[in-house]
Every structure is written in structure tokens, then in C-alpha cells.
Write a protein that binds this ligand. Sequence first.
Ligand code: SF4
Length: 390
Amino acid sequence: MPDDGALFGLDALPGAAPARDEPERPRATGPLFRDSEAARRLLPVRTIYTEPAAAASPRGRQVLARHPGARVVEVDSHWRIPGLHGDEGNVGRWVRVKGETLVLGERKTLTARPNGRSADWIAPGASNGCAMACVYCYVPRRKGYANPVTVFTNIERIIAHLGRHIARQGPKAEPNQCDDQAWVYDVGENGDCSVDALICDNTADLVHAFRQWPTAKASFATKFVNPDLLALEPRGRTRVRFSVMPGEDSRLLDVRTSPVAERVAAAADFLDAGYEVHFNLSPVVLRPGWRQAWAELLRQLDDVLPDRVKRQAAAEVIMLTHNRELHEVNLGWHPRAEDVLWQPGVQQGKRSENGALNVRYDHLVKGRALDDLRGLVATHAPWLRIRYAF
Ligand code: SF4
């Protein structure tokens, strides 16, 4: 067992050879943010549902030991938890469930899916669900009426799978908009890795694994500033994408997240700690005054960010998509947000394979809005390269 709290030694990782033979530097030894009162207020865990094997695993034991007062309920599967998923009564407790409940399970499906937009590959995630409560979040669409964090405790299998996948790709032959040199793996598609780091060392293990792989880079979007991540020494092999939107939209829509100004202010610290720092301009929500609000945000980025952040920054632009089922759930706990998100006059619906009705801005409306946003970036933050917009 290494002394940094990770589950296994880095030399046990399969796949590509280490980038360079650097001695391990000592990790920060000060108190961790995740042990602070502020972190406990965000995650005052009372109930932990767990598969038996997950509870018995080293990662599961780590999580259980951090919450000795929690009620532990054994479940057959992390996907089917009576009284949690699919329980309409939980809509009114949407936010409380997210903070007071954790689920421990083992990830059964280990596949890296090709993506090509935000990342080259979507990695099998080490969690699913989130303790924050952004109203537009697509993660709960598959999880019924509650969406607390499920921690996958078999992190060593996830990392071993990634190592083999990365080794099979070989070096990246040609630059693309994901990255010039590295294969980019999104490790946080179904949650927020900064929040996961409040719960256990899964995020630390992923960051440490990627610094050993010279042909690959981890990437995750976040809306939460977790200072514990600054001690992980990613050595340039992890890209943090701070998601930003105008403050007034964020205050309405990004429930429980760090304020946008805090995310922007943290960018330089993350760069100095060894992360690549990008931005997600997302989601772009169209409402009266949206252009002025985004112009103001872009001016704020221009004012606050030091040149060293600007020189390496790039952005993804993502227009809001929404979903009828989520709209109905949101009406049960945060109807004011739906006044902004649900705009049938400018949105068009598309039935997905599982029968759900997804909505997005009408393509003419969306095309015009993207042109406008590109123009705003060119005017107010011309250093910000847009990697892709959709
Ligand atoms: S931070 Fe991300 S994963 Fe969490 S609720 Fe918000 S959008 Fe969803």
C-alpha cells in the first residue's frame, strides 16, 4: 500500500511506460478540505446503500470509515434501490437526498466509448451521480427521482482497463481539436470528479494514473472548487474544464455549486498545481438579455485570468439541451428554473431511443446564437480558442 492513500502502487498499473522517472514528491500534509465543516455541510451523509462486495473492498471501507454514523443498507444492485430510484416521493427531497445519501457499487461494464468532441474517448467513470443539483443536469435522466453519488469501488479495474486501452491506441498520429498530442479521456462524464474527491480517493487515483501515461490525458468538467485537488501533482496529464455561465444564470440554475467567480479565480491555482485549465461555456441558456450577460462574463474572464492561464486556455461551447421527464421532476422542486429552461417556442423535440423526449433549441435559433457567442468571444476574450461549439 503506498503511503499516499491510493489503493495500489503506480508500478502496478499496466499499459504504457512511465513518462519519466521522477522521484515521488511528498504530498501536502495539511488538513484536507474534505475533512472541513464546509465539506461536511455539502455532504452530511446519513445513509449509505452498498453492494456487499463494494462494502468489503478497500475503497468501500475507506468511504464507510469516513461516515461512522451513517446507516448502512445492503442492496443487491446499485442501480435498483427501492425507496431511492424511481420513488416519486423523492422529488420534493431532491437536494437533501443528494447530500445525505451515498451509494457504493462495483462498475460491471468497462468500455471506453469514442467521442471526438469534448474528448477522444469517454472513459468508464469511477462514479455516477452528483452531490450538486444543477437543474439542467443530464445525469439524473437515467436515475429516476433521485441522483446521489454512486461511488464505484473497483477503481483498480477501471484504471487497469484504461491502461490497456491507452496502450492499444499507441501514440496519437495527428493533432485534433481534443488535443494536439495526447489521447484525451473524459473521466467524469456522469458526475463531478471534484465532488467525488470529497468522498474518496478515486479522483486522486485517476490523476496519478494518467501522469504515468505519456500518450494520454484525463479530462473532466467541474463546477466545484475543491482545493484538495491542488495537492495531486497531475504533471500536465489532467485537464480541468471549469464550467462557467453568467452569474445570474448560475445562481438560478447551478444549485449547490461553487460560485462562478470562485471557479474563475481558481484557474491560476490549478494551472500552477500542474493541471491544464480549460473552460466549458455551458450550458448556454437563451433568455432575454443573454448576450449582455455572456459579454460581461467574458470580460470578467479577460480581467481576472493571468496571461499564463490565457495562453493555454481553450473552451467548449454547449447550448442547453433539456428533457421532458427532467422538466417534470424540476417542476416538483425548482419551478422558477423551468421558466428559463423550458421554452417550447424556440425548442424542438426529439424522441430518444428509450422513448424520452429530449429538447434542444431550434436549429436556426441555435445557429444564430452560436454565431453571436463566437462574436462575443472574439470581441471580449479573443485569446480563448473555441475547441468546438454545438
Ligand atoms: S456539477 Fe455536473 S454532474 Fe453535478 S449536478 Fe451539476 S451538471 Fe450534474
